[in-house]
Ligand binder design. Sequence first.
Ligand code: URA
Length: 243
Amino acid sequence: MAERLRLDKAVAHNFSLTRLEASKYIKAGYVQVNGMCVDEPAAKILFTDELSFSENTVNAANGFKKRVFMLNKPQGYICADKDRDYPLVVNLLSGEPNLENLHCVGRLDLDVTGLMLLTDDGDFNHRVTSPKFKIPKTYEVETLKPLTLKNIEQFKKGLKHPLEKKRYESALLEIIADNFCRVTVHEGRYHEVKRLFECIDNEVVTLKRTAIGHLFLDETLDYGEYKLLDDESLSLIFQKSEA
Ligand code: URA
C-alpha cells in the first residue's frame, strides 16, 4: 500500500512552516491537495500528491528529500550552528527552506576558503567526515617558506608534530611552485593541514579546499555562492581512486 502522511506535516515540510502554522493555514482553507481545498490538518495524503499554498504548487515528497549543497566558502565565516562573533557559513544559504536543518559537513577554519558541503542528511554527513571512511580531502596551500623535494617524502612517510602524541598518517604533497602546493589528507584531524606544515618547520599562508574525494570545487562559484548537488556529483565523493 502506498505510504501516507498527515497533511499538516507535509505542508510544514514543504513550505517551511511550523506544524501549528501549517495547521492554521489548512483550517483557514489556504491549502489545496491536487487542486481541491482540504481543511483538515489530520487528513492523510500521498507523497505523490500535489500541494498548493500561497501560489506555489509542489510535489508532497519534495519537502522530505535530503539536500546537499556545494558552497565556495569565503574567509571570515564560521562553520558552527551559532556564534556570537562571526557570521555563520550556513547563513550564506539563507534563501533555502528549512535552513535550520542544514549543517556544515565537517569544518573549515575561519580563514580557510573553498569547497564546503552543507546538508540536512546526517548519514551522509557522517560518511564524509568520519575518519573511519578515510575520504580524501584536497587543499591548495600557499606556504611561507619554499617547498623542497624532501618535503614530499616527509609527507609520504607521515609526520610527528612536536606538541602532539599521535603521528600524522601519510599524506600526498604535490609541489606546484616554490611556495605553492596541493596536499591530500584523509584523517580529518583538527587543523590537519596547518599542523602538517608546522611539522616540517614551515607555515600555511593561505589554504583553500579544492576537492572531497573526486568531487571538485566548481570554480564558476564565486565566494559565498552555492549550488545543489545531484546524485551523480555526490557519487564522486565516494569513488575509489585507481591503484
Ligand atoms: N586543515 C586545516 O588546517 N584547516 C582546515 O580548515 C582544514 C584542514
